[in-house]
Design a protein around this ligand. Structure first.
Ligand code: GAP
Length: 492
C-alpha cells in the first residue's frame, strides 16, 4: 500500500486533504490524474449500466434530504457501529475491528520490552493474548457502545433540534423516495433500475488504509426493482435478478482489468445481514491490505418502499397490469464505491519489471481507464519545427481524448514517466518527421505501446484513425503489423 500511496502523491493521483495543515486522516483529494481516472470509472459504469441498458435510468439527487428519510430507512436507529475507547490514550476503535489489528505489548518476560504483535496472535515470548488497548498497549478498553455513523448538521440558520438533518450515508435512499416520480415520468415497466452516482458521508470510527475507508466517499448505486410475484426460469424474480447482477458486476470489474484471481464472492452470514436484506453477496478484492469488500449486491426486498410509504403516507406501489393489482416491488441493489474501485484498479495495474537492467514501473491500466490516453513527446525540444509539430498533434488529438505534452526530460525518462501513470500510447516527433538541412521530412511519427514497449512509425495523417482503433479495443499487434515495413518483417 505504501508504494501506491507514494506513487499517487508523486504523480498527482491522490493527495492528503488539507495537507499543509497536517492533513486529515480520513479525507483525500484527487489530483489532476486522479480526477481523470475517477471520472473514467464513473463514466464507464454509467455507460455500461445506465446508457447501454434499456431498463435503467439515472437520477442525481441532493445530498441533504428530509430527516424523515433516515428515520424511515432505519439509519437513525440502526446505522451504528459498536465502539470501544481506550481509557489511557483515548483512542477509539470499532469493537469488531480490535482483534484484527496488530497490537502493542509490553512483555513481562523480556523486562517490559515493547513489541508489536501480529493481529490475533499471542506474544511469542510470554504467550499472552491482547487484553489492553492495541494502540498504546497500556489502557483498558471500555465496554462497547453504539455510535451512529451519520454526520449531523442543521438546515437553516437556527441550530435547534427541529433543524437537524444529516449528510446522506448512502445514495440509495434517493432512488426509493423518487420511485414514484421516476415511474410516472418515464412510464417504466418492471423490472427496471434507477441509478445514481454521488458523494456519501459516514463518520467512520476507524477510517484508514488510504482511500479504502474514508469519511467522505463516492458511491455508484443502482436499485433494480422487480415484481416479486414474477418468476424467471421457475425461480422468484428477485432471486434470479440478484444472481444476474452479481454476475454482471463481477464481469464489469474483470472487463476493465481486475484479474480473476484477485476477485472473489462472499456470501453474508445470516447474523451479519443488514436489517433490510434477504441476501447479500460482496464482491471482494485482494487489496494490498488483504481480501476486503469492493462492492455489495443486496436483495433489499420491499423493505425500503414499504418503510417510506408508511412514514410519508404516500403510496409507493406499481400497478401490475396482468394481475390488475398494486404490488410493492422488491429491489436488488448493486452498490459500489468509486474510491475503492479506483484503489483496486490501481493496485491491479501496478507492476514493477526489469528492462535492460533497470527497474520499470508500469501501470497497466485498461486504456479506457487511463487518465491520459496519448502523450506527445518531442525528441529534441530545442528544434522549433519539432515542438510546433508536437503542439499541432496535441491539439488535434485533444479534440477526442485526454492527451499530454511533455518536454521536461530526455525521451527515455519521458517514456518511463508515462508508463508510471498508465498512458497506453506515446507519440514521438523527431528530426526525420520534420526534415533536416533543407531535406523534406517524412511526416511520420513514432507511436509506442506501453505494454510491449514496441514502436512503429505511422504517417501523421493516420494518427486519429489509428488511435480510434487502438482506444476502442483494437489490438496493438494488428496496427503494428500494418505499419511495419515489409523489409523489417522479413528480417524479423
Ligand atoms: N446502499 C448500500 C450501501 O451503501 P455499503 O456496503 O455500505 O452499502 C457500498 O456501501 C459500497 O460503498 C461499499 O462496498 C464500498 O465500496 C463503498 N463504501 C462504503 N463505505 C465506505 C467508506 N467509508 N469509504 C469508502 N468507500 C466506502
Amino acid at each position: 500500500m505504501d508504494v501506491l500511496v507514494s506513487l499517487c502523491k508523486r504523480r498527482g493521483f491522490v493527495f492528503q486533504s488539507s495537507e499543509i495543515y497536517g492533513g486529515t486522516g480520513s479525507c483525500w483529494d484527487y489530483g489532476p490524474l486522479g480526477v481523470e481516472l475517477k471520472n473514467n470509472i464513473k463514466r464507464l459504469w454509467w455507460r455500461d449500466f445506465v446508457q447501454r441498458r434499456p431498463d435503467v435510468v439515472g437520477i442525481d439527487a441532493s445530498i441533504l434530504m428530509h430527516p424523515n428519510v433516515w428515520r424511515a430507512s432505519g439509519h437513525v436507529e440502526n446505522f451504528t457501529d459498536p465502539m470501544v475507547d481506550c481509557r489511557e490514550c483515548k483512542h477509539r476503535f470499532r469493537a469488531d475491528h480490535v482483534d484484527a489489528m496488530p497490537w502493542v505489548h509490553y512483555c513481562a518476560a523480556t523486562k517490559g520490552n515493547k513489541f508489536t504483535v501480529k493481529p490475533g496472535e499471542p506474544c511469542g515470548h510470554c504467550g499472552e493474548r491482547r487484553s489492553l488497548c492495541p494502540q498504546c498497549g497500556k489502557g483498558t478498553l471500555t465496554a462497547p457502545r453504539q455510535f451512529n455513523l451519520m454526520f449531523k448538521t442543521f438546515m437553516g440558520p437556527v441550530e435547534e433540534d427541529a433543524a437537524v438533518t444529516y449528510l446522506r450515508p448512502e445514495t440509495a435512499q434517493a432512488m426509493f423516495v423518487n420511485f414514484d416520480n421516476v415511474l410516472q415520468s418515464m412510464r417504466l415497466k418492471l423490472p427496471f433500475g434507477i441509478a445514481q452516482q454521488g458523494r456519501s458521508f459516514r463518520n467512520e470510527i476507524t477510517p484508514g488504509n488510504f482511500i479504502f475507508r474514508t469519511r467522505e466517499f463516492e458511491q455508484m448505486e443502482l436499485e433494480y426493482f422487480v415484481n416479486p410475484r414474477d418468476t424467471v426460469d421457475g425461480r422468484p424474480a428477485d432471486e434470479h435478478w440478484h444472481d444476474r447482477w452479481i454476475e454482471d458486476c463481477l464481469a464489469w470489474y474483470k472487463r476493465y482489468g481486475l484479474r480473476a484471481e484477485n476477485l472473489q464472492l462472499r456470501e453474508h452470514e445470516k447474523d451479519e445481514l443488514a436489517h433490510y436484506a434477504k441476501r447479500t453477496v460482496d464482491i471482494e478484492y485482494r487489496f494490498p491490505i488483504g481480501w476486503s469488500e469492493l462492492m455489495g449486491i443486496a436483495n433489499r426486498t420491499d423493505y425500503d418502499l414499504k418503510q417510506h410509504a408508511k412514514v410519508s403516507g404516500k403510496s409507493l406501489t406499481y400497478f401490475d397490469e396482468e394481475r390488475k393489482d398494486h404490488v410493492v416491488p422488491f429491489v436488488v441493489e448493486p452498490a459500489a464505491g468509486v474510491d475503492r474501485s479506483l484503489l483496486a484498479f490501481l493496485s491491479d495495474a501496478y507492476q514493477e519489471e526489469e528492462v535492460r537492467g533497470e527497474k520499470r514501473v508500469v501501470l497497466r491500466l485498461h486504456p479506457e481507464l487511463a487518465p491520459v490516453k496519448v502523450a506527445i513527446l518531442p525528441l529534441l525540444k530545442k528544434r522549433d519545427e519539432i515542438v510546433r509539430a508536437c503542439h499541432a498533434i496535441r491539439d488535434e488529438l485533444a479534440r477526442s481524448w485526454s492527451v499530454a505534452y511533455d518536454d521536461t526530460a530526455a525521451i527515455g525518462r519521458l517514456y518511463r514517466r508515462q508508463d508510471e501513470v498508465g498512458t497506453p500510447y506515446c507519440v514521438t516527433v523527431d528530426v526525420q518527421t520534420v526534415g533536416d538541412a533543407g531535406e523534406q521530412g517524412d511526416d511520420r511519427v513514432t507511436i509506442r505501446d506501453r505494454d510491449s514497449m514496441e514502436q512503429v512509425r505511422v504517417p501523421r495523417a493516420e494518427l486519429v484513425p489509428v488511435f480510434r482503433e487502438l482506444l476502442e479495443g483494437g489490438a496493438w499487434k494488428d496496427v503494428a503489423a500494418r505499419f511495419t515495413p515489409a523489409a523489417a518483417k522479413d528480417s524479423a
